[in-house]
Design a protein around this ligand. Structure first.
Ligand code: CA2
Length: 148
């Protein structure tokens, strides 16, 4: 069976589109999922799209992707900046993991400038709203098409 790309979203991203549009835009998480699904279909990739407010759930899904997935797009929300456990989970993976953010954390508060996810990820795309996910999926598709 074809391995899927896992798009994993962390805490509070279910609230997307309901407040702070000047930072996160007006798209909802359902809009993000629809854009990812449309692109994955056109690229011939299978997609799994999930969101959880729980750190442990995200780690369980990263481990599932490690065993059964082709690659991961991860927006860990605020856990990006705090979770050594997510860092360890990514370090235990051999498939590509792309860190994505709607906003550009480096333009924001100092506490958002450090990323445990970024320290372990294959690469990072940030600051393009919903389009960060599209760019991340395209980067994954490119990475996965290159045989090494
Ligand atoms: O820019 C991103 O994608 C973030 O991962 C979003 C996180 C933030 O803590 C990171 O520093 C950067 C926040 C997710 C919560 O998003 C909401 C959006 C709209 C309304 C409420 C929450």
């Amino acid at each position: 069976m074809e391995k899927a790309i896992f798009v994993l979203n962390g805490p509070n991203l279910n609230l997307l589109g309901t407040r702070e549009p000047e930072i996160y835009g007006t798209d909802t998480l359902a809009d993000v999922e629809a854009a990812c699904t449309a692109l994955a279909t056109s690229l011939g990739m299978k997609l799994v799209f999930r969101q959880s407010n729980s750190e442990g759930q995200l780690i369980d899904w990263l481990q599932e992707a490690r065993d059964h997935g082709a690659g991961v797009l991860l927006n860990a929300g605020a856990l990006t900046h705090t979770s050594l456990a997510i860092y360890d989970a990514i370090k235990a993976m051999t498939i590509p993991v792309i860190e994505v953010h709607l906003s550009n954390p480096l333009r924001r508060e100092a506490f958002r400038h450090h990323s445990y996810v970024g320290m372990a990820a294959t690469g990072t795309i940030a600051g393009f709203g919903l389009h960060s996910y599209v760019l991340g999926l395209e980067a994954l598709a490119k990475k996965l098409s290159v045989k090494s």
